[in-house]
Design a protein around this ligand. Structure first.
Ligand code: GRF
Length: 204
């Protein structure tokens, strides 16, 4: 009462993998909704891979999906109208491997974020995704790794960093065990960072 009215930001998640991060982010939005403090809703899942796990997660949670096609997507502006018509205000990349075209970045300035499974600026850039990241880190004998949540700009894994969290790597770790540690960090922090981001927007 008397405070600033809390508004809910309409979010699309872009993913093409298993969708475990999407699942956690959706869970968190429902949790907040039940508490009456939801400041974001996941209204669309955008995917480029028929059969991807993230589509099942969308179906399970009754969330609309949009299957995108490569040539169309890289034309740049192909899906912007659809996103805008749907009222999407913010984009969360979670396991989305295609480079986001400049037109889409311009249509959503500072409103697209990504999660990368390493401590950027190390182990980022073109070709550094999924198990390749963890293999490179283990091969280099690194003693720690982590996650980076950042704004998306025109370069791969390059925009302003919002949040990082670290984990230790021990002598027994393999790319697979490191991937597990990283996933745990992602699941813990990505929903929380998104929630806090919108909390800040709401208090402006
Ligand atoms: C995550 O490790 C994320 O960092 C990377 O892709 C993976 C997606 O996993 N960009 P999931 O689809 O969320 O399970």
């Amino acid at each position: 009462m008397g405070g600033k009215k809390q508004t809910s930001v309409s979010v699309a998640i872009f993913g093409s993998g298993a969708g475990s991060n999407a699942e956690k982010i959706i869970e968190q939005s429902f949790l907040l909704m039940n508490k009456g403090i939801a400041n974001y809703t996941i209204d669309l899942i955008v995917c480029n891979k028929p059969g991807a796990g993230v589509l099942n997660i969308a179906a399970k949670n009754d969330i609309e999906t949009l299957l995108i096609e490569k040539e169309e997507f890289f034309r740049g502006d192909a899906y912007i109208d659809h996103l805008k018509e749907k009222g999407i205000e913010f984009i969360v990349l979670a396991g989305f491997l295609w480079k986001v075209p400049v037109q889409l970045i311009k249509a959503y300035p500072n409103k697209i974020i990504n999660i990368h499974p390493a401590l950027l600026p190390k182990y980022g850039g073109k070709g550094m995704y999924g198990s390749k990241v963890h293999e490179a880190i283990i091969a280099a004998g690194e003693k720690e790794s982590g996650i980076t949540i950042h704004f998306v700009d025109e370069l791969y894994d390059h925009g302003n960093i919002i949040f990082q969290a670290k984990c230790n790597i021990n002598a027994q770790d393999t790319p697979e065990s490191l991937a597990e540690k990283i996933h745990l960090l992602e699941h813990k922090h990505y929903p929380e960072v998104i929630q806090n981001l919108f909390k800040m927007q709401n208090s402006r």
